[in-house]
Design a protein around this ligand. Sequence first.
Ligand SMILES: Nc1ncnc2c1ncn2[C@@H]1O[C@H](COP(=O)(O)OP(=O)(O)OP(=O)(O)O)[C@@H](O)[C@H]1O
Ligand SMILES: [Mg+2]
Length: 250
Amino acid sequence: MSNSLSHPGHGAKHGLRLVQADEPGRAATVIETRHLAKRVETSEGSLHILSDVDLAIQSGETVAILGASGSGKSTLLGLLAGLDAPSSGRVSLAGVDLASLDEDGRAALRAQKTGFVFQSFQLLPSLNALENVMLPLELGGQSDAEALARDLLAKVGLEARLHHYPRQLSGGEQQRVAIARAFAARPAILFADEPTGNLDLATGARIIDLLFELNADQGTTLVLVTHDRDLASRCQRRLVLNLGRLEAGA
Ligand SMILES: Nc1ncnc2c1ncn2[C@@H]1O[C@H](COP(=O)(O)OP(=O)(O)OP(=O)(O)O)[C@@H](O)[C@H]1O
Ligand SMILES: [Mg+2]
């Protein structure tokens, strides 16, 4: 990539470091992978889920990850967020090489920088909707956690379901609680695994608008796994997983 400081006669000659993140108009790289691979051992032998994935995502970018069912999208998202460890290669998140951190360090970095909407929601079954959204706010030391959580749940259209437990919520409602929870800590990077997968068209459109509002208002980087054409088309970049390899999409 061209960089004015790397031109002959500039920078290097005078002993200046190449400045990328602070250069006006140039965003920092917030997610980067090098030769990332994930392999699991199964009773039928080694399964290569991801091979040689090289990826760089800039701060504030919106990226859709597409691909057939089973192509490795959720696996990739989990690796990018430091929820899972690669078999080989590396991931850096918010400028930190994840391999340099232990499990607690990765958890702290995730809590500080990321929000994650799981494909299976992963709400805590013993907490109601309001408490599920309040939890990350309380853990982050937020004093008005309840008011913020109520506001977020209203934004996803669940003001009438605050005290329902996950088992008392429909799939789409659970998905919206998961989205409100991921928004709660105002993450710099939001990972969402099929965030509109269980929603009707109108509710999905409302959630898509919320995601992009977050991007526009707070510069949140969005990394979204989706089969939803509308959602993918609104992202700046589309990447396709095919046979474990990442390709640029249309
Ligand atoms: N721990 C594991 N052990 C064995 N196989 C696994 C494991 N994790 C994932 N896989 C397999 O790896 C492949 C990729 O899984 P992944 O969940 O990443 O797919 P996906 O692209 O998210 O699919 P979908 O669109 O259906 O959610 C699948 O074929 C899955 O069965
Ligand atoms: Mg998946």
